[in-house]
Design a protein around this ligand. Sequence first.
Ligand SMILES: C[C@@](CO)(OP(=O)(O)O)[C@H](O)COP(=O)(O)OP(=O)(O)OC[C@H]1O[C@@H](n2ccc(N)nc2=O)[C@H](O)[C@@H]1O
Ligand SMILES: Nc1ncnc2c1ncn2[C@@H]1O[C@H](COP(=O)(O)OP(=O)(O)O)[C@@H](O)[C@H]1O
Length: 328
Amino acid sequence: MNHVRVFSPAKVNLHLDISERRPDGYHGAYSIMHALSMHDMLTMRREFAAPGSGLVVDVHCATHGDIAELNIPAESNIAYKAVVRLAEALGRTGDDSVLIGIDKNIPHAAGLGGGSSNAAAALLGACALWDIDLADTGVRAIVEQVASGLGADVPFFLHGGCVALTDKGDIYERDLVPSKRNVVIVRPEEGVSTGAAYAAFDANPPLSSDEVKADARAAESADDLHLFNNLAPASEGLLPVLTDIREWLSGHAGVAHDATTGAPQVLLCGSGSSTFAICDDFDAAYKLVGDARLNGWWARSCNFTSAGARVLPTAGQATNLGAVQKSW
Ligand SMILES: C[C@@](CO)(OP(=O)(O)O)[C@H](O)COP(=O)(O)OP(=O)(O)OC[C@H]1O[C@@H](n2ccc(N)nc2=O)[C@H](O)[C@@H]1O
Ligand SMILES: Nc1ncnc2c1ncn2[C@@H]1O[C@H](COP(=O)(O)OP(=O)(O)O)[C@@H](O)[C@H]1O
């Protein structure tokens, strides 16, 4: 195969329980992530490689839908790093040329994991271009190790759906039954750096109770969870407009409420700067997007999805991802 398209979804953390900083600099994290129908699309092509060139990778990004352009050199793009590190891990030292086009709909520095998802998509796309069998457990272990080395959020996107992860939020623990509900994402113009959010967390870590921990571990489906994110106060401290957005969403008609606690189902996406709200139905989500835009915020509606980063079937093969893409 010399040409693939790879679906690259966004994520939210339905539950993000950060513990104290570890000696390796990372924080422990029990994270339950859910993939969204909002997605980027990667087009990857293998081209003629000049003799003696080694591996040549190039990346081009096009942004769509009012999101800021990603003005970074190709070598800084995490999709570039993914392909180079996978080639190294697999011992592929020969001449090769891989061109990656990224159509970006997911805003960056938004807590939606767009870069991490692009990295997972690039790993799967490279495997398809190189005819690498991911059913082989040895190969799969190499791909998962490369994913984890690229960033804590990357391994999730190899799975997708709704997944609980442990350690630093990168080790798969179990699947939960995905949700089919409507989601609205709202964000201000500014982003939040993940590293800065973790540093602010360290100043006064709001550690979770045993009850919160037990509750998350008992949940079997996404819809059973009580939304939780103890990184949110740190991000709100860094970017006070996040408090305004949370309070505004929490008081908006059409936002769903937790059946047990009665709390509005509104939460910061990971380290921010997006906030998500779960809505009762599509009409409520549509109205919420319009109202948020009137406040000057970026807003989109989408759905939870059971997909992850996925190489799309070539023409003639059946797929259910079309339904996912039409939903936003
Ligand atoms: C907070 C979360 C929630 O899913 O993601 P975002 O909301 O930013 O997307 C993750 O923990 C972020 O994952 P990711 O964005 O992949 O982080 P990395 O690139 O590995 O690390 C970025 C920075 O965050 C810190 N970091 C990350 C994960 C973790 N468990 N502890 C940390 O202290 C690292 O020290 C590093 O300075
Ligand atoms: N393919 C990519 N898509 C988005 N951001 C990328 C990409 N490659 C590198 N980056 C860098 O990673 C940073 C974090 O991006 P992203 O994963 O979208 O945010 P978050 O971790 O908040 O979800 C960006 O600000 C950008 O500088």
